[in-house]
Ligand binder design. Structure first.
Ligand code: OAD
Length: 259
C-alpha cells in the first residue's frame, strides 16, 4: 500500500471511531473556533490568509487600541468584518453540529466565533465565549443595536446619545463575559465527549475548556487540518481535515451504524 493509501485508511478508521464514540456518548459539547467558518468565507486569525498576518492584533483588536482610536479600529477591522459577516452563511461544519443537536447528542456549543453561524445553522444552545458581532453597543450608555441595521455612512457609527458604537465582542485585554464563562464550565463538567473543531487552541481561557473536559473524564476529539497544542496531550485523537468534510463523513458513518 502506498503512503496515500495508508493515510487514507487511517482517516477512515478515525471517522469510524468518531462515529462510534458519538453514538455511545450521552452529552456532547463542542468547542469551535475560526476554522469552522473558513468554508463560509470568513478568514481565520492565525495561519495562511489569517487576519493577524495582515494586522497586529495589539493594534486593532486590543481594548486599549479601541479606546485610543476607535475610528482607526473601525476603518481597519470592523468595517471589513461587517461586510463579511453580514453575508456569510453556515457551511456543512455548522450544519453537521446542528444535525448532532437534532439527533439529541449535542447539547451545547461553546464558540469563540462572533459570526452567529451556529445559531443560523439551527443550534439552540450556543455560548458566545468572545461575544457577538451581531450586535454593536454604545461605549457610553451601553445601548445595543443590531449590526445589520447600523448605518456605516459615517465612521465611527454613533448611538442616539452621541456615544461611539463598538462590536459587542470581546477584545484582547477584556474579560470573558462572566455568564459565558460559568455556563461553559457547567456544560463542560457534564459532558462525556467534547468535539474541538477548527481552533488553534492558543487563546485562553477558551483553550482550557478541553483540559477541563478531559479532567472530568470526557473523551476529547479534535477536527482540524493541523495539529494544535491539544494534540497528543489532551485530545484522544485528531481527525485531520476540513470541518465540513469531516462532519459529513462522520454523520454518514453514524447513519450507517444506526441502520
Ligand atoms: P485561529 O485562526 O487561531 O485558528 C484557526 C484554526 O482552524 C487553525 O488551527 C487551523 O488549522 C484550523 N482550520 C483551518 N481550516 C480549517 C477548516 N476548513 N476546518 C477546520 N479547521 C480549520 O482561530 P481561533 O482558534 O478561533 O479572539 O482563535 C481564537 C481567538 O483568537 C479568536 O476567538 C480571536 C482570536 O484572536 C479574539 O479576538 C478575542
Amino acid at each position: 500500500m502506498g503512503v496515500w493509501g495508508r493515510e487514507h485508511s487511517a482517516m477512515d478508521e478515525l471517522i469510524k471511531k468518531a462515529a462510534a464514540d458519538l453514538a455511545a456518548a450521552r452529552k456532547v459539547v463542542a468547542l469551535t473556533g475560526a476554522g469552522i467558518s473558513i468554508e463560509s468565507g470568513i478568514p481565520p486569525f492565525r495561519g495562511k490568509g489569517g487576519l493577524w498576518e495582515r494586522f497586529d492584533p495589539m493594534e486593532v483588536a486590543h481594548i486599549d487600541a479601541l479606546m485610543r482610536d476607535p475610528v482607526r479600529v473601525w476603518n481597519i477591522l470592523v468595517k471589513e468584518m461587517k461586510e463579511i459577516v453580514d453575508t456569510a452563511r453556515p457551511n456543512d461544519g455548522h450544519k453537521g453540529l446542528a444535525k448532532l443537536e437534532q439527533m439529541g447528542k449535542l447539547k451545547t456549543i461553546i464558540t469563540q466565533n462572533i459570526d452567529g453561524l451556529h445559531q443560523a445553522a439551527g443550534n439552540t444552545d450556543v455560548i458566545e465565549f468572545h461575544g457577538s458581532f451581531a450586535r454593536q453597543r454604545c461605549m457610553d450608555c451601553h445601548k445595543k443595536y443590531e449590526t445589520l441595521n447600523v448605518d456605516l455612512s459615517e465612521i465611527p457609527p454613533r448611538c442616539g446619545c452621541g456615544g461611539i458604537l463598538r462590536p459587542d465582542a470581546v477584545f484582547f485585554g477584556e474579560m470573558i463575559p462572566p455568564e459565558a464563562m460559568w455556563r461553559s464550565r457547567q456544560a463542560v463538567s457534564e459532558c462525556d465527549l467534547m468535539l474541538v473543531v477548527g481552533t488553534s487552541a492558543v487563546v485562553q481561557p477558551a483553550a482550557l475548556m478541553p483540559v477541563f473536559a478531559k479532567e472530568t473524564g470526557a473523551r476529547v476529539v479534535e477536527i482540524n487540518p493541523e495539529r494544535t497544542p491539544l494534540t497528543g496531550e489532551i485530545s484522544d485523537y485528531l481527525i485531520r481535515g476540513k470541518a465540513g468534510e469531516v462532519m459529513n463523513r462522520i454523520l454518514t458513518e453514524m447513519d450507517f451504524v444506526g441502520e
